[in-house]
Write a new protein. Structure first.
Length: 73
């Protein structure tokens, strides 16, 4: 896991890797520019989303990542 402030560097890092990121809702323009998609993380105390590249839309991987994150939240 890498913790960093929202911004272009964070978005480029996600864009060029096979990772995911936990984020507050991003504007549609940012998601379109970087090719991101998102799913809300249910049962969280705040409105957060799992962000990932559209070409990584694999529900099993997304579910595993969210489950892993809940162990640390």
């Amino acid at each position: 896991m890498i913790a960093m402030d929202p911004g272009p560097i964070r978005y480029r890092l996600l864009q060029k890797t096979n990772g995911f990121l936990i984020s507050m809702p991003l504007p549609a323009e940012i998601k379109a520019e970087y090719g991101f998609d998102s799913l809300p993380i249910e049962d969280s105390d705040v409105m957060i989303f799992a962000m990932y590249r559209k070409d990584r839309n694999n529900q099993r991987l997304i579910d595993e990542y969210i489950s892993y994150c809940f162990k640390f939240i």
